[in-house]
Ligand binder design. Structure first.
Ligand code: PDD
Length: 287
Protein backbone atom coordinates (compact mmCIF):
# COMPACT_ATOMS: atom_id res chain seq x y z
CA UNK A 1 0.00 0.00 0.00
CA UNK A 2 1.36 3.40 -0.94
CA UNK A 3 1.73 5.82 1.94
CA UNK A 4 -0.69 8.75 2.03
CA UNK A 5 1.01 12.05 2.81
CA UNK A 6 -0.35 15.55 3.39
CA UNK A 7 0.77 18.49 1.24
CA UNK A 8 -0.86 21.91 1.46
CA UNK A 9 -4.42 20.84 2.12
CA UNK A 10 -4.45 17.56 0.19
CA UNK A 11 -4.02 13.92 1.20
CA UNK A 12 -2.17 12.25 -1.68
CA UNK A 13 -0.21 9.05 -2.37
CA UNK A 14 3.48 9.77 -1.69
CA UNK A 15 4.44 9.38 -5.36
CA UNK A 16 2.02 12.17 -6.32
CA UNK A 17 3.20 14.64 -3.64
CA UNK A 18 4.84 17.77 -5.09
CA UNK A 19 6.67 20.79 -3.64
CA UNK A 20 8.19 23.57 -5.80
CA UNK A 21 11.94 23.52 -6.56
CA UNK A 22 11.84 27.17 -5.39
CA UNK A 23 10.50 26.23 -1.96
CA UNK A 24 12.59 28.03 0.66
CA UNK A 25 12.79 24.87 2.74
CA UNK A 26 14.65 23.26 -0.16
CA UNK A 27 16.82 26.28 -1.08
CA UNK A 28 17.54 27.86 2.33
CA UNK A 29 16.52 25.30 4.98
CA UNK A 30 13.98 28.03 5.79
CA UNK A 31 11.60 25.79 7.66
CA UNK A 32 10.75 24.24 10.99
CA UNK A 33 9.58 20.76 11.90
CA UNK A 34 8.19 18.50 14.57
CA UNK A 35 8.28 14.75 15.12
CA UNK A 36 5.47 13.26 17.19
CA UNK A 37 5.48 9.61 18.20
CA UNK A 38 2.53 7.26 17.89
CA UNK A 39 1.87 4.41 20.31
CA UNK A 40 -1.19 2.22 20.03
CA UNK A 41 -2.40 4.39 17.15
CA UNK A 42 -2.44 7.50 19.37
CA UNK A 43 -0.30 10.64 19.50
CA UNK A 44 2.19 11.17 22.33
CA UNK A 45 2.56 14.70 23.74
CA UNK A 46 0.78 16.36 20.81
CA UNK A 47 0.11 19.50 22.89
CA UNK A 48 3.80 19.96 23.64
CA UNK A 49 4.83 19.53 20.01
CA UNK A 50 2.12 21.95 18.81
CA UNK A 51 3.22 24.56 21.37
CA UNK A 52 6.88 24.25 20.38
CA UNK A 53 5.94 24.49 16.69
CA UNK A 54 4.11 27.76 17.36
CA UNK A 55 7.15 29.06 19.20
CA UNK A 56 9.58 28.04 16.41
CA UNK A 57 7.33 29.70 13.82
CA UNK A 58 7.03 32.86 15.94
CA UNK A 59 10.81 33.15 16.40
CA UNK A 60 11.24 33.10 12.60
CA UNK A 61 8.20 35.29 11.74
CA UNK A 62 6.73 32.42 9.80
CA UNK A 63 3.02 31.75 9.44
CA UNK A 64 1.31 28.39 9.82
CA UNK A 65 -1.38 27.82 7.18
CA UNK A 66 -3.65 25.88 9.59
CA UNK A 67 -4.70 26.12 13.24
CA UNK A 68 -3.29 23.77 15.88
CA UNK A 69 -6.71 22.05 16.06
CA UNK A 70 -6.62 21.46 12.33
CA UNK A 71 -3.08 20.16 12.71
CA UNK A 72 -4.28 17.62 15.26
CA UNK A 73 -6.96 16.51 12.80
CA UNK A 74 -4.37 16.07 10.04
CA UNK A 75 -2.09 14.03 12.33
CA UNK A 76 -4.98 11.77 13.30
CA UNK A 77 -6.19 11.35 9.73
CA UNK A 78 -2.69 10.33 8.53
CA UNK A 79 -2.34 7.85 11.41
CA UNK A 80 -5.75 6.42 10.49
CA UNK A 81 -5.36 6.13 6.71
CA UNK A 82 -1.82 4.74 6.99
CA UNK A 83 -2.85 2.37 9.79
CA UNK A 84 0.01 3.42 12.07
CA UNK A 85 0.11 1.51 15.33
CA UNK A 86 3.65 2.44 16.41
CA UNK A 87 5.69 5.05 14.59
CA UNK A 88 6.12 8.74 13.97
CA UNK A 89 4.37 11.66 12.34
CA UNK A 90 6.77 14.14 10.70
CA UNK A 91 5.57 17.69 10.13
CA UNK A 92 7.36 20.48 8.27
CA UNK A 93 6.39 24.09 7.67
CA UNK A 94 8.53 26.13 5.29
CA UNK A 95 8.29 29.75 4.18
CA UNK A 96 6.97 28.55 0.82
CA UNK A 97 7.99 29.42 -2.71
CA UNK A 98 8.21 32.94 -4.10
CA UNK A 99 8.88 31.42 -7.52
CA UNK A 100 12.56 32.33 -7.58
CA UNK A 101 15.70 32.36 -5.39
CA UNK A 102 15.99 35.55 -3.29
CA UNK A 103 17.50 35.70 0.20
CA UNK A 104 14.94 38.16 1.60
CA UNK A 105 11.78 36.69 3.08
CA UNK A 106 8.77 37.04 0.77
CA UNK A 107 5.67 38.84 2.10
CA UNK A 108 3.53 36.14 3.78
CA UNK A 109 0.45 37.86 2.31
CA UNK A 110 1.73 36.93 -1.18
CA UNK A 111 3.48 33.65 -0.44
CA UNK A 112 1.79 31.05 1.74
CA UNK A 113 3.87 28.67 3.87
CA UNK A 114 4.23 25.09 2.69
CA UNK A 115 2.88 22.44 5.05
CA UNK A 116 3.92 18.81 4.64
CA UNK A 117 3.22 15.87 6.93
CA UNK A 118 3.96 12.18 6.57
CA UNK A 119 3.93 9.10 8.76
CA UNK A 120 6.69 6.57 9.43
CA UNK A 121 5.52 3.14 10.55
CA UNK A 122 7.92 1.68 13.14
CA UNK A 123 6.55 -1.53 14.61
CA UNK A 124 8.40 -2.37 17.83
CA UNK A 125 9.38 1.25 18.53
CA UNK A 126 8.49 0.94 22.23
CA UNK A 127 9.98 -2.53 22.60
CA UNK A 128 13.23 -1.58 20.87
CA UNK A 129 16.14 -4.08 21.17
CA UNK A 130 18.49 -1.05 21.27
CA UNK A 131 16.89 0.09 24.51
CA UNK A 132 17.68 -3.28 26.07
CA UNK A 133 21.34 -3.12 24.99
CA UNK A 134 21.97 0.61 25.21
CA UNK A 135 23.77 2.77 22.66
CA UNK A 136 27.37 3.92 22.20
CA UNK A 137 28.17 7.58 21.61
CA UNK A 138 31.21 9.59 20.58
CA UNK A 139 31.82 13.28 21.25
CA UNK A 140 32.19 15.83 18.46
CA UNK A 141 32.48 19.63 18.49
CA UNK A 142 29.17 21.51 18.36
CA UNK A 143 29.52 23.75 15.31
CA UNK A 144 25.79 24.45 14.80
CA UNK A 145 24.25 27.93 14.74
CA UNK A 146 23.31 29.74 17.96
CA UNK A 147 19.52 29.25 17.90
CA UNK A 148 19.24 25.54 18.58
CA UNK A 149 16.07 26.21 20.57
CA UNK A 150 14.29 26.71 17.23
CA UNK A 151 13.53 23.37 15.62
CA UNK A 152 14.72 24.20 12.10
CA UNK A 153 15.26 21.74 9.27
CA UNK A 154 18.98 22.65 9.10
CA UNK A 155 20.07 19.11 9.96
CA UNK A 156 23.21 18.66 7.87
CA UNK A 157 25.60 18.74 10.83
CA UNK A 158 23.51 16.32 12.92
CA UNK A 159 23.55 13.97 9.89
CA UNK A 160 27.33 14.39 9.58
CA UNK A 161 27.64 13.69 13.32
CA UNK A 162 25.68 10.46 13.03
CA UNK A 163 27.93 9.39 10.14
CA UNK A 164 31.04 10.17 12.22
CA UNK A 165 29.60 7.94 14.98
CA UNK A 166 28.80 5.17 12.51
CA UNK A 167 32.36 5.27 11.18
CA UNK A 168 33.59 4.64 14.74
CA UNK A 169 31.20 1.71 15.18
CA UNK A 170 28.95 3.82 17.43
CA UNK A 171 25.29 4.85 17.33
CA UNK A 172 25.28 8.59 17.89
CA UNK A 173 27.30 11.65 18.83
CA UNK A 174 27.13 14.11 21.73
CA UNK A 175 28.13 17.62 20.82
CA UNK A 176 30.61 19.65 22.86
CA UNK A 177 30.82 23.43 23.18
CA UNK A 178 33.18 25.27 25.55
CA UNK A 179 34.11 21.93 27.07
CA UNK A 180 30.52 21.01 27.92
CA UNK A 181 28.00 18.67 26.33
CA UNK A 182 25.17 20.53 24.63
CA UNK A 183 23.01 17.63 23.40
CA UNK A 184 22.93 14.60 21.11
CA UNK A 185 22.58 15.03 17.35
CA UNK A 186 18.81 14.47 17.63
CA UNK A 187 18.16 14.08 21.34
CA UNK A 188 18.79 15.60 24.77
CA UNK A 189 21.65 14.18 26.85
CA UNK A 190 21.72 13.13 30.53
CA UNK A 191 24.14 11.56 32.98
CA UNK A 192 23.44 9.92 36.32
CA UNK A 193 25.80 10.27 39.32
CA UNK A 194 24.75 8.25 42.32
CA UNK A 195 20.99 8.85 42.23
CA UNK A 196 21.21 12.33 40.73
CA UNK A 197 20.13 13.00 37.14
CA UNK A 198 22.15 15.77 35.48
CA UNK A 199 21.06 17.41 32.22
CA UNK A 200 21.90 20.72 30.59
CA UNK A 201 19.67 23.66 31.56
CA UNK A 202 17.38 25.20 28.92
CA UNK A 203 18.77 28.06 26.81
CA UNK A 204 19.27 28.87 23.13
CA UNK A 205 22.09 26.28 23.13
CA UNK A 206 19.80 23.24 22.99
CA UNK A 207 16.41 22.18 21.72
CA UNK A 208 13.81 22.26 24.48
CA UNK A 209 12.86 18.62 24.14
CA UNK A 210 9.24 17.71 24.67
CA UNK A 211 10.33 14.28 25.90
CA UNK A 212 12.84 16.01 28.21
CA UNK A 213 10.05 18.04 29.84
CA UNK A 214 7.87 14.95 30.32
CA UNK A 215 10.72 12.77 31.63
CA UNK A 216 11.94 15.41 34.12
CA UNK A 217 8.36 15.87 35.35
CA UNK A 218 7.97 12.11 35.87
CA UNK A 219 11.39 11.85 37.51
CA UNK A 220 10.44 14.59 39.98
CA UNK A 221 7.16 12.83 40.73
CA UNK A 222 9.16 9.66 41.43
CA UNK A 223 11.26 11.68 43.95
CA UNK A 224 14.40 11.46 41.81
CA UNK A 225 16.95 14.23 42.27
CA UNK A 226 17.58 16.44 39.22
CA UNK A 227 20.30 18.99 38.52
CA UNK A 228 19.86 21.12 35.40
CA UNK A 229 23.37 22.27 34.50
CA UNK A 230 26.04 21.81 31.86
CA UNK A 231 28.40 18.84 32.32
CA UNK A 232 31.74 17.99 30.72
CA UNK A 233 32.48 14.94 28.63
CA UNK A 234 34.98 13.77 31.29
CA UNK A 235 32.22 13.94 33.88
CA UNK A 236 30.01 11.93 31.52
CA UNK A 237 32.69 9.28 30.95
CA UNK A 238 33.00 8.86 34.71
CA UNK A 239 29.22 8.78 35.31
CA UNK A 240 27.31 5.77 36.64
CA UNK A 241 24.81 5.93 33.79
CA UNK A 242 23.82 8.05 30.84
CA UNK A 243 20.84 8.28 28.54
CA UNK A 244 19.20 10.38 25.84
CA UNK A 245 15.59 11.37 25.25
CA UNK A 246 13.63 12.21 22.10
CA UNK A 247 10.24 11.59 20.54
CA UNK A 248 11.71 8.85 18.35
CA UNK A 249 13.71 7.01 21.04
CA UNK A 250 11.79 7.92 24.24
CA UNK A 251 14.41 7.23 26.95
CA UNK A 252 17.44 5.47 25.45
CA UNK A 253 20.26 4.22 27.71
CA UNK A 254 23.85 5.09 26.75
CA UNK A 255 26.42 2.46 27.75
CA UNK A 256 29.63 3.80 26.19
CA UNK A 257 31.04 7.31 25.69
CA UNK A 258 34.19 7.86 23.61
CA UNK A 259 35.18 4.23 24.14
CA UNK A 260 34.71 4.39 27.93
CA UNK A 261 32.22 1.81 29.26
CA UNK A 262 29.73 3.12 31.81
CA UNK A 263 29.08 0.88 34.82
CA UNK A 264 28.93 -2.74 33.71
CA UNK A 265 28.15 -1.80 30.11
CA UNK A 266 24.43 -2.52 30.34
CA UNK A 267 21.53 -0.02 30.69
CA UNK A 268 21.46 1.41 34.21
CA UNK A 269 18.52 1.24 36.63
CA UNK A 270 17.62 4.94 36.44
CA UNK A 271 17.41 5.05 32.63
CA UNK A 272 15.57 1.73 32.48
CA UNK A 273 13.04 2.83 35.11
CA UNK A 274 12.50 6.21 33.44
CA UNK A 275 11.87 4.51 30.09
CA UNK A 276 9.29 2.25 31.72
CA UNK A 277 7.51 5.12 33.50
CA UNK A 278 7.62 7.37 30.42
CA UNK A 279 6.10 4.73 28.13
CA UNK A 280 3.45 3.83 30.69
CA UNK A 281 2.39 7.43 31.31
CA UNK A 282 2.60 8.37 27.62
CA UNK A 283 0.25 5.57 26.64
CA UNK A 284 -2.20 6.76 29.31
CA UNK A 285 -2.20 10.38 28.12
CA UNK A 286 -1.97 9.66 24.34
CA UNK A 287 -4.70 11.24 22.22
N1 PDD B 1 14.82 15.25 17.24
N2 PDD B 1 17.69 17.82 20.54
C1 PDD B 1 17.73 17.77 19.20
C2 PDD B 1 18.87 18.42 18.49
C3 PDD B 1 16.71 17.12 18.49
O1 PDD B 1 16.76 17.07 17.14
C4 PDD B 1 15.66 16.49 19.20
C5 PDD B 1 14.54 15.78 18.50
C6 PDD B 1 15.67 16.56 20.60
C7 PDD B 1 14.59 15.94 21.45
O2 PDD B 1 13.38 16.64 21.33
P1 PDD B 1 11.98 15.90 21.53
O3 PDD B 1 12.04 15.22 22.84
O4 PDD B 1 11.00 16.99 21.51
O5 PDD B 1 11.84 14.90 20.39
C8 PDD B 1 16.70 17.25 21.23
C9 PDD B 1 13.76 14.61 16.47
C10 PDD B 1 13.19 13.40 17.13
C11 PDD B 1 14.27 14.34 15.07
O6 PDD B 1 14.96 15.20 14.55
O7 PDD B 1 13.94 13.30 14.49
Amino acid sequence: MSRIVYVDGAYVPEEDARVSVFDRGFLFADGVYEVTSVLGGKLIDFGGHAARLERSLGELDMACPVTMDELLGIHRELVRVNEIDEGLVYLQVTRGSAGDREFEFPDPADVPSTLVLFTQSKPGLADSPKAKKGIKVISIPDIRWGRRDIKTVQLLYPSVGKMMAKKEGCDDAWMIEDGHVTEGTSNNAYIVKGRKIITRHLSNDILHGITRAAVLHLAREAQMEIEERAFTIDEAMAADEAFVTSASTFVMPVVEIDGETLGDGTPGPVASRLREIYLEESRKSAI
